[in-house]
Design a binder for this molecule. Structure first.
Ligand code: NAD
Ligand code: MG
Length: 297
């Protein structure tokens, strides 16, 4: 690990790689139960006011990539609404404190994104608490593994699509009356949306769908001056993995990346900041791959 995200060094050895200790969690997972502890930028993220005065909503903000995005947004000068599942309250409170330590306002809005009414409430409560909305960072997601088509269950696909895809439509529709020209919507796809693993068919379908939704919505919303982009992570060291993947696969987690190691959540935050900021004014409909050197197509 490094003092600052700007210290030049070999990226392949910047963070730990496999073998990792075998570990398993029950969903939705806790960053404190991960060995080693993930880096969400708590010590390393340096902001420059690139999002000064912006109001952002981040889903999945308690842990993993969403937590790193919330920390980065706050250090770049944004107020942040944090969405997460009710059972993740303790982790969300830590993120609230980190946002406040950056001198920004945080608001906690727990709930289940599979519920349409919560998605609308989430947007309304964000606007009420922060006085507006400029950036939607839609990071939350679920990743069940199903090894064989013989074990396919309708309710698994319903669950994945509700949490990963429907919520994009619901939150974005609710946000429309608040987003102004210059606003930015950022989705979270995956390398799985481009190069799927055999046991992740349901998830991979949702992640391909997210990249395509991003392309469609970018064209739809261009006339309103709203940009829509995505980030497609490769393997990232977050509780999603021990919560959904068998422990023996965690031992070698990230070894398939060209770097030979997984990414850390802190390494995913900068592309979200870039896409949220006016720096990326001519970028819309794009999904940026952050995969440690592995091609997505
Ligand atoms: P994570 O478990 O830390 O974050 C996922 C979050 O999604 C949870 O914290 C939870 O708050 C939220 N969530 C899940 N179901 C929800 C529901 N029904 N209602 C509300 N919130 C819900 O893991 P992460 O890896 O940081 O995941 C963030 C995103 O990154 C996900 O969309 C995931 O698919 C994507 N991603 C992760 C990896 C990886 O290797 N970790 C790789 C590619 C893409
Ligand atoms: Mg979590």
């Amino acid at each position: 690990m490094t003092d600052s995200m700007y210290t030049p060094q070999d990226p392949t050895t910047q963070y730990p790689g496999p073998p990792f200790e075998k570990q398993q969690q029950s969903g939705p997972g806790d960053v404190h139960d991960m060995k080693p502890r993930p880096d969400h930028g708590e010590e390393s993220y340096v902001g420059f006011g690139r999002l000064a005065g912006r109001k952002a909503l981040v889903t999945g903000a308690d842990s993993g990539i969403g937590r790193a995005v919330a920390i980065a947004f706050a250090r770049e000068g944004a107020d942040v609404a944090l969405a997460y599942l009710p059972e993740e309250e303790t982790q969300a409170k830590e993120v609230e404190k980190l946002v406040q330590d950056a001198g920004r306002t945080a608001v906690l809005i727990p709930g289940d994104l599979q519920d349409e009414a919560y998605n609308t409430e989430l947007v309304e409560k964000t606007v009420e608490a922060l006085g507006g909305l400029d950036v939607l960072a839609l990071v939350a997601g679920v990743m069940p593994t199903v090894d064989s088509i013989d074990d396919f269950e309708t309710e698994t696909l319903d669950h994945v699509l509700k949490a990963n895809i429907y919520s994009l439509f619901w939150t974005t529709k609710a946000a429309m009356k608040h987003l102004k020209p210059g606003a930015s919507i950022i989705t979270t796809s995956s390398i799985q949306g481009f190069v799927p693993s055999p046991s992740l068919a349901e998830y991979a379908v949702s992640k391909a769908g997210i990249a395509n939704w991003t392309r469609a919505m970018a064209q739809q919303l261009a006339e309103r001056g709203i940009r829509v982009n995505g980030v497609a992570p490769g393997p990232v060291w977050t509780p999603l993995q021990p919560a959904f993947v068998p422990p023996e696969k965690i031992e070698s987690f990230g070894e398939e990346a060209a770097y030979g190691r997984p990414g850390q959540p802190a390494e995913l935050a900068p592309p979200f900041v870039f896409l949220a900021s006016q720096e990326s004014s001519y970028v819309s409909g794009e999904t940026i791959a952050v995969t440690g050197g592995t091609p997505t197509h």
